[in-house]
Design a binder for this molecule. Structure first.
Ligand SMILES: [Zn+2]
Length: 355
């Protein structure tokens, strides 16, 4: 490990090493003639904002895969059985006419008025959406100086729900609100879809296979130093000190509405059955996207979780290579859950934005 190297508040610095470890183990088994098949390791960049996997999926990179495996750092060891939220990102742009705000404001049409009225409408809409819906926004442009009526303004808005169909319902209302806000302010309004993600299509058969391997590997144990470190950093952060939870949770039932948050793994799970896990890389009840996760992910606490993930992935992959019936059952469940709906990338028709 490089001294002073960057970590990641969501533990993404550990993704590659654990997944590559599993892929190399399988490659060696194939090379030794112990299992037959192909293993492919995917490096998938830009998960947090640009949805790298969606661009890769759009290019067809997952089309010939039988089963896809993934993992995510967490404060708990769990086989993946919960879904995630579908989300769409929008840019709402308003175009008006600038004028001197004191000398002749009647000649101006404020794009900022349009943006503000839009958000007033969005905030009134909140009363009438389902509890599973989340709507959040920021102003990307809101004028430059108070004495010039802004001729451009824009709002970056995200709509999430448990299912893509739920996002589509709210989207329709949002489109009307954008139109209405533009009319009220006497400006033009335009809604552009930037990108979007699908909810995860859960696969219980795959999750059960993962669970049995996690159980066989057994819980992660920690030294006194590691537990002290975890407790101290939680204390520093102002959170309860509960040690580190290395035990393996039993397989849960899939909740109808997932916890808040979205992932580009969702899109992959509509193309190919997805099997995965979370592994403990941080203290119990860690505040995610925080320094606690960064610090623990760069030391032995994180490394133990990484190794546990790697072993769980590799052993479950072995099962898939060896057990044709298991592969068939996973596929059958996937087809049943997917039904007639087919994945389509929610992306503009352009090349990936590689800055
Ligand atoms: Zn993450």
């Amino acid at each position: 490990m490089k001294e002073g190297a960057p970590g990641h508040g969501c533990g993404h610095n550990m993704f590659g090493a654990a997944s590559l470890g599993a892929a190399v183990a399988i490659k060696e088994l194939i090379a030794a003639g112990k299992i037959k098949g192909t293993v492919r390791f995917y490096g998938t960049p830009a998960e947090e904002d640009r949805e790298g996997k969606v661009w890769m999926a759009k290019a067809g990179l997952f089309d010939d895969v039988d089963i896809c495996f993934d993992w995510h750092p967490a404060a708990e060891n769990k086989a993946n059985i919960q879904s995630s939220q579908a989300v769409t990102h929008y840019m709402i742009e308003f175009k008006g006419k600038s004028a001197h705000a004191a000398a002749d404001p009647w000649n101006g049409r404020s794009a900022l008025d349009g943006a503000e009225l839009f958000n007033v409408g969005i905030n009134f809409l909140r009363e009438h959406v389902k509890p599973s819906v989340r709507i959040h926004y920021v102003y990307k442009a809101a004028g430059n100086v108070p004495n010039v009526i802004p001729d451009t303004a824009s709002v970056w808005l995200w709509i999430r729900d448990s299912k893509r169909t739920g996002v589509a319902d709210v989207e329709k209302r949002m489109m009307d609100i954008a139109k209405g806000a533009g009319m009220m302010a006497g400006v033009q309004s335009k809604v552009t879809i930037i990108s979007g993600l699908y909810e995860i299509l859960v696969n219980e058969t795959g999750a059960k296979a993962m669970q049995s391997n996690m159980d066989a590997i057994g819980p992660i144990t920690y030294t006194k130093e590691e537990i002290d470190f975890g407790n101290n950093i939680m204390k520093e952060y102002g959170k309860e000190q509960l040690g580190i939870d290395g035990h393996i949770f039993p397989l849960e039932a899939t909740r109808p509405d997932p916890d808040g948050g979205s992932t580009d793994v969702g899109d992959i799970s509509w193309i190919v059955p997805e099997v995965g896990l979370t592994a403990t890389t941080a203290p119990a009840k860690s505040p995610w996207h925080s320094w606690v996760v960064v610090a623990c992910g760069g030391m032995s606490i994180g490394h133990k979780g990484l190794l546990f993930a790697s072993k769980s992935l590799a052993t479950t992959m072995c099962d898939m290579f060896e057990n044709e019936q298991l592969r068939k059952d996973i596929r059958a469940e996937f087809e049943k859950r997917r039904g007639t709906e087919r994945w389509k990338a929610i992306l503009p028709d352009v090349m990936p934005p590689i800055e």
